[in-house]
Design a protein around this ligand. Structure first.
Ligand SMILES: [Zn+2]
Length: 417
């Protein structure tokens, strides 16, 4: 068997295509193995549109980066014809080893995808020796193609949350299936407002789902989301996740602490102490909190309110939860006697929770786990790390799909279209 035949077999080429020549370019480091692929003389080629076999109209020399051959970069070169179909005109044919307009072979793209599933894109780019931009283009193509095929016909309960690709800006809103135990991500869209809900509703319809089948929507307490949910999914009960209740009080504590730190010297270590769960505090943080509470700081008042939420959360029934939440709000309101307005963030948090009390209590009646949205935070962090250096809403959304959407099988390069 000639070495060309071995390469033909190795590339998985089928007639009329075969390897006709190979040469090693030693001027480059690493060396480049160039494989010349050609069609048998006299071969006819299928029109890309209708498949009718046509004589080649003209030819163009193209090349593709292929998997390394041992330590050598491997490049495939071929003259690719255009067909002149009587019905569809002159069109470039698709070669069996690469996608149209891709500078890589399918096998190369498959190897690149395998790496990008395991590590940051920038790291995969260093290993493979191509630019990260080119890898992002591959990833976005295959993730996009897989997402197009998502079947949302069974979706009945959704949750959504927003997160920033970069601190403080470039938001994306992520929709998940509350019934999916793993890989729950259904839809990722730039922005964080009403138009996100409308966009999801359209996406749902394009993927076999129905807005009227959605029975539950779980979201945060932003007025924009709540109004949009009621409009887009009128049949659904809208529930506020407990995670978001804790979140707005945590933010309030942080705002109070920051404002108060401008006026007074707060005990050292208070910032982390107020954010941690009490059982995880170090001895020094425990002492900082004791000092904070004993000195009558507004931050201590805000912190006590946040910690009292745990007591509400532990209610066993919706009735008990309603009773505890009412008591919590009244108790905190009664203690908000503050001429300096330092506690205004807590006041706002209380107002927001009071306005949404019904939706919050509904969480106790819902059959869906409370942990799903919390788990999303871990996914967001992982996605930020994977997109490091190339983070914008598009790359961030792409990685969230890669890590969190049920597209594993559909990401296969050779998955039939
Ligand atoms: Zn045709």
């Amino acid at each position: 068997m000639a070495s060309s035949d071995i390469f033909t077999l190795g590339l998985g080429l089928t007639p009329p295509w075969r390897v006709v020549d190979q040469r090693l370019e030693t001027d480059y480091q690493p060396h480049e193995l160039h494989l010349a692929v050609a069609a048998d003389p006299g071969a006819r080629f299928p029109c890309p549109t209708c498949g009718r076999l046509c004589k080649p109209h003209d030819w163009k020399e193209l090349s593709w980066r292929h998997l390394n051959f041992f330590q050598h970069a491997c490049i495939i070169e071929a003259r690719v014809p255009r067909t002149d179909c009587p019905e569809h005109g002159v069109l470039r044919i698709a070669v069996p080893w690469a996608r149209p307009d891709s500078g890589f072979t399918l096998l190369f793209e498959q190897a690149a995808l395998a790496l990008m599933r395991e590590m940051p894109v920038a790291a995969a780019a260093r290993i493979i020796g191509v630019t990260a931009q080119r890898l992002w283009r591959i990833l976005r193509y295959y993730v996009g193609r897989a997402i197009e095929r998502l079947d949302l016909s069974g979706v009945e309960a959704i949750a959504l949350d927003e997160t920033a690709a970069k601190r403080g800006h470039s938001y994306v809103t992520v929709f998940i299936d509350l019934d999916a135990a793993e890989r729950p991500v259904l839809f990722v869209t730039p922005g964080k407002g009403k138009e996100c809900m409308t966009a999801f509703r359209a996406f749902l319809a394009e993927h076999g789902g129905e807005a009227r089948r959605i029975a539950e929507v779980v979201c945060d307490m932003s007025a924009a989301f709540l109004a949009a949910a009621a409009e887009s999914f009128p049949q659904a009960s809208v529930t506020v996740d407990w995670f978001h209740v804790v979140q707005i009080f945590t933010t309030a504590v942080e705002q109070v602490r920051r404002a108060e730190a401008h006026q007074h010297n707060l005990p050292k270590g208070v910032r982390w102490a107020t954010l941690k769960r009490p059982e995880n505090l170090t001895m020094a943080q425990r002492q900082a909190l004791d000092q904070l509470e004993n000195s009558g700081f507004a931050t201590a008042e805000a912190y006590r309110a946040k910690e009292m939420l745990r007591w509400v959360r532990l209610a066993a029934t919706p009735q008990a939860a309603r009773w505890r939440l009412t008591n919590f709000l009244n108790h905190v309101t009664a203690r908000l006697d503050d001429p300096d307005h330092l506690l205004d963030p807590v006041r706002q948090a209380v107002d927001t929770v009071r306005r949404n009390a019904k939706r919050i209590i509904r969480r106790w009646k819902s059959g869906h786990s409370n942990a799903r949205l919390e788990a999303l935070n871990g996914l967001f962090q992982a996605a930020r790390a994977r997109a490091r250096g190339y983070r914008n809403t598009a790359t961030f959304a792409c990685i969230i799909y890669l890590l969190g959407a049920p597209i594993n099988a559909m990401l296969d390069v050779f998955h039939s279209t």
